[in-house]
Structures are given as C-alpha cells and as structure tokens.
Design a protein around this ligand. Structure first.
Ligand code: DON
Length: 351
C-alpha cells in the first residue's frame, strides 16, 4: 500500500472511531422532532434568565380574586418541555397555582374536538377585542359579541359548548382533557374555586349579556360555574409546560405519546393565542416576542415554539393588563437567545 493510501485509510478509520466513541453515555431517546433544541442549548439561557429577573419587584398579585392576593409574590419557577420530552426546570416548579385563563386554550381545544373547528368559529369566532379581558363593552360593541375564546365572554361561551348530561359530566370531561394534555391527573384547588365563585359577579353579568345576543349555548350561570372551576384547576410549571408542549408537538403529549388535540386544530389554537393570549398586551407581545402564548391571573404564562417545545413561567405579580411581569421577561429573553421568534426566518435556521 502506498504511503498516501495508508494515510487515507488510517484517517478514515480514525474518523469512524471518533464517531463511535463520541456518542454520549447518557444518549437521549430517539428524537421525534428534527427541530427540538438540545438540552445544553437551553440550560444556560434559562439559568441566565432566572438570575437576571429574579429580583424584579414590579407588578402586583391579582386581588379581585381574594385567594390570589395572598399567594407569595416571591414564588418564581421556570419549566421547559421539548417536543422530544426533555424537561428543564429551575426555581419553584413544584408549587401548584391556579391555571386561570390559560385553561381557556384547552377548553377551546376540547370544544373543537367535540364539534369541529368550523362550528366553534361560527359560534364564538376569533377577533381581537382591544379591551380588557373582562370587558362587558366588548360584548355589546362587537358584531360577534363573543370576541374570541380567550377573553372571559368568549371563554364562557366556549365552555357552554361542551356537551354532557349535566354540569358534573361536563366539568369532569374538561378536567380529564386538561389532565391528558398535562400527562398527569390534575385537580381543582378548592379554595381558589370558592374564593372566585364568591366574587364572580362580573362573569355572571357577561353570561347574561351573551344570552341577550344568543351567544351562550347552555344555562348562563351553569356555564359560569364550570368556567370558574376550570380556572381553579391547579398546575405546577412543569405540568403547564407539558400542556404547552402538547400544542407544540402537533397535539401529541410528548411524555405519554397520546394524541390529545387534533392535529388540524393546532393552527387555530396557536393563531388565537397570538392574537389574544396576552389580552390587550397581545400586540406588543407579538411585536417583541413573536410566539403564541397564554397568560393567567394566577401568575402563569405558557409560550409555544411550534415543533420545538413550550416554556412555562410562574411568578404572581402582574402588569396592568393582567400578565405576569417576570414570566414575560423570562420568555422574551429565552426566545430571543434561542431564536424562537416565529416571524423571524432565522427561527428555522436561515442565516
Ligand atoms: O374569570 C376571571 O376573571 C379569571 N378566572 C381568569 C382571568 C384571567 O386569568 C385573565 N388573565 N390574564
């Protein structure tokens, strides 16, 4: 064999050897998404975000639901679940907080599962209200009256679409559906439910306004009660991130492998979240972050990076629009660093 040929052969052999021995000992399960991020890409960025924002004292706990006013406003947790089921966590990720308005996303998914997206669109619609999330004026002014499934009026209307022989059956169906998306059995936080049920006159008023315009499809007060229960479901940051990752993963829960939400419904859900997920803060959010997200007055926000995963942040103090201050900061930081903005061609690798 010539010297040149010998050199080439040994080069090829050493390349093969390097390829064999550089497989990490703890190699992950087969990746199901070609765009799910690598763990090491995300870990450092999440830690940076946590350190950068942990001492931000801006915002204030929601207090129109008395229970929420007394939640420790220092609680702060971040969880990421990727479409290939990697889980990254930091901070208070075991604390169970009320899902509040984030529930609206999953009741929308269930309504579409039951009656199809077209029917839901016809009965509730999906238009921005440009008003606070609990606005009665939006119900009066808007041609559709319901606005969209993510403001209180549209959400109560969406809840009223869920079928069942009685309120209990409807409620259990909703809770089971959320649990399938979370990959674990979720539960009502009874104290939150009682606190909210004792003070939800505004939502009751919305339900009767909807009835005036024939935009509620079951008994108005029964629908508000089920809606109040869905808002009082407890989740921790990991469970919430997994619910988000189910949306990011074409409706398949990445930990159980179950198809929870219909694949064809995902674009309807994510576009609605982009338009109204942060209420009257949604336009600024789309401008600055470019990811579908949903907030709740309990202090949670979940943002979806389609195909990649979801990030859930919990920190109770809210801004004027009702969105967690720290959660917005963290998600914006992480999305920027990881190039997640959906509207940026670099989010799919274009240099
Ligand atoms: O109906 C309400 O007012 C609450 N259960 C939910 C509102 C909410 O989470 C708005 N979020 N930003």
């Amino acid at each position: 064999m010539s010297v040149k040929r010998q050199v080439r052969t040994s080069l090829v052999l050493s390349v093969i050897a390097v390829m064999c021995f550089s497989v990490p000992v703890n190699a992950q399960a087969p990746r199901t998404s070609p765009v799910a991020p690598r763990r090491e890409q995300v870990e450092a960025v999440v830690r940076e975000a946590y350190e950068k924002f942990k001492n931000d004292n801006n915002g204030k706990n929601a207090d129109y639901i008395p229970y929420l006013a007394q939640v420790d406003s220092k609680l702060f947790g971040i969880a990421i679940v990727t479409t290939d089921n990697q889980v990254l966590t930091l901070g208070d990720v075991k604390y169970s907080f009320s899902i509040q308005s984030i529930s609206k996303v999953f009741t929308l998914a269930l309504a579409m599962e039951e009656m199809g997206a077209d029917k839901v669109f016809q009965k509730v619609g999906s238009e921005p209200t440009g008003r606070p999330f609990n606005s009665p004026l939006a119900v009066v002014d808007m041609a559709t009256h319901t606005g969209n499934p993510l403001v209180n009026a549209g959400a109560i209307s969406t809840t009223s679409l869920i079928s069942g022989k009685d309120a209990n059956e409807k409620w259990n169906k909703i809770l089971n559906f959320y649990s399938q998306a979370a990959g674990e059995k979720l539960q009502l936080i009874d104290e939150v439910y009682k606190s909210e049920a004792a003070t939800n006159t505004g939502n009751k008023a919305l339900s009767y306004l909807l009835a005036k315009y024939d935009r509620i499809y079951a008994d108005p007060f029964e629908s508000v009660d089920i809606y109040t229960k869905q808002c009082s479901v407890g989740v921790n940051a990991v469970q919430l991130a997994r619910m988000g990752a189910t949306l990011a993963n074409n409706g398949i829960n990445p930990s159980t492998g179950e198809q929870v939400i219909k694949r064809e419904d995902i674009p309807h859900i994510l576009s609605t979240m982009t338009m109204a997920g942060l209420y009257d803060g949604s336009g600024g959010w789309a401008w600055n972050v470019g990811l579908p997200a949903k907030s709740g007055v309990g202090g949670g926000i979940v943002a979806i990076a389609p195909g990649k995963g979801a990030i859930a942040v919990f920190a109770p103090p809210l801004d004027e629009a009702g969105n967690s201050v720290k959660a917005q900061e963290v998600i914006k930081y992480v999305a920027d660093k990881l190039n997640y903005n959906l509207y940026s061609p670099s989010s799919v690798g274009l240099k």
